[in-house]
Design a protein around this ligand. Structure first.
Ligand SMILES: [Zn+2]
Length: 253
């Protein structure tokens, strides 16, 4: 996002007013201003679209690491963004051992690359007040029952989306790198197959290795399309049912 149009400053001002409002006990005003700050920032970030160029992303990450360094964030953070630039340039995956979850102090905004200290160094806030940034946010938001319900309910949503479309429409792809509906179905089935495999590993082994799978790339690699959208969906739904049934057999704990 370019802050030159004033929206970067607007986000900062909104957050500042949110914290001051919360200081007056105006928590409902605080939440409104925080939501505005996220909205302004995220809308501005998406305005130019999101270019797909890997080398450009690597360059941008390197530039961001240098800007972060100048802005005063700890070197462990700016160095990690520089490492991210290298990995993207070499088309290598970022793993948890080199990219642990970062935490941000809700009191003063200081960032730490690993588990926070018992008290925030600049402001003294307790470790519990730090916000953790996990890679998959919904795992922290939903209970296991909600996740199971969603896993069960998604196939019906898929059917509703597919049913009105004629078979030739399912294979139609927009220009460029965009996917046809059958590609999306293939991707969902690939993702389901990874889920099914991981559920089996987690339930059957003591300390399974859950390797990264380049699920997005699989769809682009598939050249010969011999299955219909309906067939792909049926096998995807069938695999999903088996996974849910395996998970239903065990208790939530
Ligand atoms: Zn702090």
């Amino acid at each position: 996002m370019s802050a030159s149009d004033g929206r970067g400053a607007l986000s900062v001002d909104l957050l500042e007013a949110a914290i001051r409002s919360e200081g007056k006990g105006q928590l409902n005003i605080g939440k409104l201003l925080r939501a505005c700050a996220v909205s302004v920032t995220q809308s501005a970030a998406g305005e130019g679209g999101f270019p797909d160029d890997r080398e450009q992303l690597a360059q941008d990450l390197l530039a961001l690491s240098q800007r972060l360094k100048v802005s005063g964030v700890p070197a462990e953070i700016s160095d990690r963004v520089a490492l991210a630039s290298q990995l993207v340039a070499q088309d290598e995956q970022s793993y948890l051992d080199r990219f642990p979850d970062p935490y941000v102090c809700r009191g003063c905004g200081s960032i730490t690359g690993t588990v926070p200290p018992p008290n925030c160094d600049p402001c003294g806030a307790h470790a519990l007040t730090f916000q953790r940034f996990a890679p998959i946010y919904w795992l922290g938001l939903y209970s296991s029952e909600e996740v199971l319900h969603r896993l069960e309910a998604n196939p019906d949503l898929l059917r509703e989306a597919i049913q009105p479309l004629a078979p030739d429409r399912l294979d139609w792809a927009p220009q460029g790198t965009a996917w046809a509906a059958t590609d999306v179905l293939s991707h969902l089935r690939d993702a389901q197959s990874v889920l099914a495999q991981r559920i089996t590993l987690i339930l059957d082994e003591d300390d399974p290795r859950l390797e990264f799978k380049a699920v997005f790339a699989w769809t682009n690699q598939q050249t010969e399309e011999t299955e219909s959208g309906e067939e792909i969906m049926k096998s995807c739904v069938s695999s999903r049912r088996s996974s849910v049934s395996r998970l239903r057999e065990i208790g939530p704990e």
